[in-house]
Design a protein around this ligand. Structure first.
Ligand code: SOE
Length: 386
């Protein structure tokens, strides 16, 4: 069967996760990787059995055999790599956020729209099957009118001032950390599940550590939790990106909402919570228990749906790989998102104009628009229209 020849740029912690998830689709073959250090690229290529390794992504983009590119680098490189890839006729799967500035994000969305290149952004969390189930239930009207949504995205890997990562640095990550890094997932999931858009919001942002200890040696995402670095191997640097953000907001379906985002929430390792309260019924999804969808009732006992293809809607069933009772996880969400993308590429270019069922650069621009509104609201200390 024909497979798409694809490549991965950026080999930090998420690049190899992409490689595994691409392979699990059975629809694409990773023929090249690149990293800013050629030795790292060659070592990872050997370790994962990938034929080609590049030390410069531009050389990878010049490779005529590469048909698609996954961008897994720090955020500041997303724009140039995605633009270069699309102008070279290569399809793109980009990690979120799409870019570090609105102008760059708009340009990428325009190029994608103009060229018809397949473009996707890795809002993989919406691919927990029970979030597709939740969307279908909202769309079916079984919840009634959506009155309010609430939730959080909490982690604890940046709790101490000794925790560090490129995401702290605006020159690599952009002006926002928590909102752009995990808030983007939360708002994407809420708009995906409800089918509604955030219209106005009022935000509160906090930097709990005004300075952090930056290790003199590179530290990978989440790695600072496992490695002790002596004070004489660090330098103390100022911090300008937020550890915490919360917002109250209104949606275009009349619903009201609240969200709390933090990377300093002790004990929460990577927990996204989405609650949707309707006039007849409510739903709650907790990514620490992704195989469960809680349903709340007023006039009968509450219910708990356990992920089981035989009990779920068609769209949830289509992105479930294992039978009920066999736990699926985070990497499976990427496998399902990439399966939708590569399935679309293999269907042929003539179908690119049709609406697609996976998150595209337009969704990436949408998430950045909300993130930008949160930053503006904090600056103006007022409600902001998104
Ligand atoms: C770090 O906050 C991170 O890896 C995010 O960058 C991912 O998008 C999220 O899915 C898990 O946490």
């Amino acid at each position: 069967m024909k497979t798409v020849k694809t490549a991965v740029v950026g080999l930090g912690y998420i690049g190899p996760v992409h490689i595994q998830a691409i392979r699990a689709t059975g629809l694409a073959e990773v023929i090249a990787v690149s990293h800013s250090t050629l030795d790292v690229a060659e070592a990872k290529a050997r370790e994962m059995g990938i034929p080609k390794a590049y030390g410069d992504y531009r050389e990878l983009l010049a490779d005529p055999k590469v048909e698609a590119v996954h961008i897994c680098t720090p955020n500041a490189l997303h724009h140039d790599i995605a633009k270069g890839a699309m102008l070279a006729g290569k399809h793109v799967v980009c990690e979120k956020p799409l870019a570090i500035g609105m102008e760059d994000a708009r340009e990428l969305a325009d190029i994608a729209d103009r060229t018809g290149i397949v473009n996707a952004i890795n809002f993989c969390i919406r691919y927990y099957p029970l979030l597709h189930q939740a969307r279908d239930m909202v769309q079916s009207g079984v919840l009634g009118e959506i009155l309010s949504v609430s939730g959080s995205y909490h982690q604890d890997w940046m709790l101490y001032d000794s925790d560090y990562n490129w995401r702290v640095e605006p020159e690599h990550a952009g002006p926002s950390r928590v909102i752009g890094d995990i808030g983007s997932h939360w708002f994407d999931c809420v708009e995906f599940v409800t089918g509604a858009c955030v219209e106005q919001l009022c935000a509160d942002i906090a930097i709990f550590h005004r300075t952090r200890k930056k290790p003199l040696q590179h530290v990978q995402t989440f790695q600072s939790k496992e490695t002790y670095v002596a004070d004489n191997e660090c330098e103390r640097v100022g911090v300008r990106t937020e550890d915490y953000a919360s917002a109250v907001f209104r949606m275009d379906n009349g619903a009201h909402g609240t969200v709390s985002l933090s990377q300093c929430a002790a004990g929460r390792k990577n927990r996204m919570l989405v609650e949707v309260y309707g006039s007849k019924k409510s739903l709650c999804f907790d990514s620490e228990r992704p195989g469960e969808l809680w349903m709340g009732n007023r006039d009968k006992p509450n219910e708990m749906l356990l992920r089981d293809p035989s009990l779920m809607t068609m769209s949830a069933r289509e992105i479930s790989h294992l039978p009920g009772g066999h736990v699926e996880g985070y990497e499976d969400t990427m496998r399902q998102l990439f399966r939708a993308v590569y399935g679309h590429i293999l269907e042929g270019k003539d179908r690119i104009r049709e609406s697609v069922n996976y998150p595209t650069f337009a969704d990436g621009l949408r998430a950045m628009t909300i993130c930008n509104a949160v930053l503006r609201s904090q600056k103006q200390m007022s409600w902001i229209s998104v």
